[in-house]
Write a protein that binds this ligand. Structure first.
Ligand code: C2E
Ligand code: MG
Ligand code: MG
Length: 575
């Protein structure tokens, strides 16, 4: 049996049997591997842990030298230094790589001491060691997590930055040019949504592998997250070189990916910025490549574009807002606030307007006034609008299910949402959440209505038949003519806050407000005033026959949990 080979009897130091048993006990039961050699480095004793760690039994190694375990990982100098220390200092400590009996590599942490006799001559070497492969594996794992993307094994954002920074320093020194590519898969979200995240992850892995085939080993490709990749290309002679790489990448996507039995076709949009022409800092180069990538998406996807100054025509600020906004939905940064609307006579809540907010990671709460225009300009508003509608309907249903007072929520619509498919879309959302139609109100604006009045009239009639009410927002700021207004099946006019603000002192505002209320009444519509902040405004509006009000006087737009508290108490506003 392996452990039956015993250490030699220590020559003259340990005479007493008692001592001998004790030391042998310690020797055998030590968790660390122990190996004793004589002065000629011949192994004379090993303990049980030695065998457990190295797989070598005493019979395998007794009489051999420690070179039986050698890994070949250390050079001559390493051993020269080890021996110098041992012979002169009597002690060495450090990492030694050995091989187990099965040939596998094994890092150990070793302590070696020289044992001397009374004359000061070395008689033995005594080495204790532990296997540190687990420890090293853990270290390696931590390194992987910190510097690499776990899904693809590619460098992560931080690593990319530091790699590119170093490369830029060299590029500057050697006067060479380079480029940064920003790559985003087109409609990747659809794949995640339809085939699930496991398939999405697999696709990302395969994409990263294909991207690598388009690059040279000196190029750096990293995953920034989601379906976004960046590439640092260096020592490219001219812009054309970068263009060739981009073309190669687009071409490599032309072959569909086979994932879980599905043939998945995907394309990518690529933006490229050039060093040093576009910028010399990593941040700028990535930012510009990102902007160019969004332009590539806008211009029909599956293409690449170089960043250019005319992309600067719209301010960078705005472009960044745009690219951030695109991601805001997926990153769940958009939230809804709810502002109560109340009966001007009873103070009872009649409903609430749903107002979107953007919880921007850096800017804090961004108001819709700042981002809705950008969302409209870029067409993003359609997706955002659908999200708002879905969320508002789901929330309303949830409140009803909690037994809270039943409330109508008014959702703002943008012009681009007002396309013929809207009616079906709204019906589908209501059906999905099982919310009765009368609890959804749509706010449209005058300008939307005037754009294509005939079509709008048809759609509104259809909505009305479905039981969905429509109100006309910002009334008085557009150009609605009374004749049109008559044809529109709307049920409520909202007096714009720009008129309310001056009430009651401003004569013009007072006259306009009076006229709007009068007109609404004569058409049989309800009238609500928005932006009511003072009691004087309320008194004026009530005296003129306004039905409802909405404004800071009663409540600011509230996050869902706070609004819920009002509902819970069946709150009545003081009128
Ligand atoms: P809006 O539909 O006319 O909404 C009323 C705006 O007046 C809201 O601004 C509201 O917070 C603000 N307000 C309410 N009471 C008072 C008050 O007493 N004093 C003052 N000074 N302001 C008051 P908000 O939330 O910033 O929204 C601005 C506009 O953004 C909205 O005007 C609407 O046109 C648009 N919007 C908001 N949410 C959405 C949305 O989900 N979809 C679309 N398409 N547009 C939205
Ligand atoms: Mg509104
Ligand atoms: Mg309004």
């Amino acid at each position: 049996m392996a452990h039956e080979a015993s250490p030699p009897m220590p020559d003259n130091n340990l005479q007493r049997d008692e001592d001998l048993r004790l030391f042998r006990g310690i020797f055998e039961s030590s968790g660390e591997g122990i190996m004793v050699t004589d002065a000629q480095e011949v192994i004379v004793a090993v303990n049980r842990a030695f065998t457990a760690i190295t797989q070598f039994s005493p019979n395998d190694v007794l009489g051999q030298t420690p070179r039986a375990l050698k890994s070949g990982r250390h050079d001559k100098i390493f051993f020269q230094e080890l021996w110098t220390k041992l012979k002169h200092g009597g002690y060495w400590q450090g990492e030694i790589w050995n091989r187990r009996k099965d040939g596998s590599l094994m890092p150990t942490w070793s302590n070696i001491s020289a044992v001397k006799n009374q004359k000061g001559q070395i008689t033995h070497y005594f080495s204790t060691f532990s296997d540190i492969s687990d420890h090293m594996a853990a270290e390696e794992r931590i390194r992987q997590l910190a510097f690499y993307d776990s899904l693809t094994g590619l460098p992560n954002r931080a690593t990319f930055y530091s790699l590119i920074k170093q490369t830029l320093i060299l590029a500057r020194r050697d006067n060479i040019s380079g480029g940064v590519m920003f790559i985003d898969l087109d409609r990747f979200k659809n794949i995640n949504d339809t085939l699930g995240h496991a398939a999405g992850d697999e696709l990302v892995r395969r994409v990263s592998a294909r991207l690598k085939t388009c690059l040279r080993s000196s190029d750096v490709v990293a995953r920034l997250g989601g379906d976004e990749f960046v590439v640092g290309l260096f020592d490219v002679k001219a812009q054309e070189d970068a263009a060739i790489v981009a073309q190669k990448m687009l071409a490599t996507f032309a072959t569909p990916f086979l994932i879980e039995g599905h043939e998945i076709s995907i394309s990518a949009s690529i933006g490229i910025s050039v060093y040093p022409g576009d910028g010399i800092e990593v941040d700028d180069l990535i930012k510009f490549a990102d902007i160019a990538m969004y332009r590539a998406k806008e211009s029909g996807r599956n293409t690449y574009l170089f960043y250019s100054n005319d992309m600067n025509v719209r301010s960078i600020e705005k472009l960044q807002m745009e690219s951030n906004l695109r991601r805001a939905i997926d990153r769940k940064e958009l939230i809804l606030h709810y502002q109560p609307q109340a009966d001007i006579h009873t103070g009872e809540m009649t409903g609430a307007e749903v107002l979107i907010r953007w919880q921007h990671p850096e800017r804090g709460m961004v108001s819709p006034g700042q981002f809705i225009p950008i969302a409209e300009e870029t067409g993003l508003i359609v997706r955002i609008g659908r999200w708002v509608m879905n969320k508002a309907v789901a929330q309303n249903k949830a409140w009803q299910d909690q037994g809270l007072p039943i409330m109508k929520l008014a959702v703002n619509l943008a012009a681009q949402q007002f396309h013929p498919a809207l009616t079906d879309e709204v019906a589908a959302i209501l059906l999905e959440h099982d919310l009765s139609h009368e609890y959804l109100e749509l706010e449209i604006t005058e300008s939307m209505v005037m754009h294509n009045p005939d079509q709008v009239v048809e759609m509104l009639k259809y909505m009305e038949k479905m039981g969905i009410k429509t109100s006309l927002d910002d009334f008085g700021t557009g150009y609605s003519s009374l004749s049109y207004l008559k044809r529109f099946p709307i049920y409520k006019l909202k007096v714009d806050q720009s008129f309310v603000r001056g009430l009651p002192a401003d004569e013009d505002d007072a006259a306009i407000t009076r006229a709007i209320i009068g007109m609404g009444k004569s058409l049989g519509l309800r009238v609500i005033a928005e932006g009511v902040e003072t009691r004087e405004q309320l008194e004026f509006l009530r005296a003129e026959g306004c039905d409802e009000i909405q404004g800071y006087l009663f409540s600011k737009p509230l996050p869902a949990d706070e609004f819920e508290k009002l509902l819970d108490k069946n709150h009545r506003f003081p009128v």
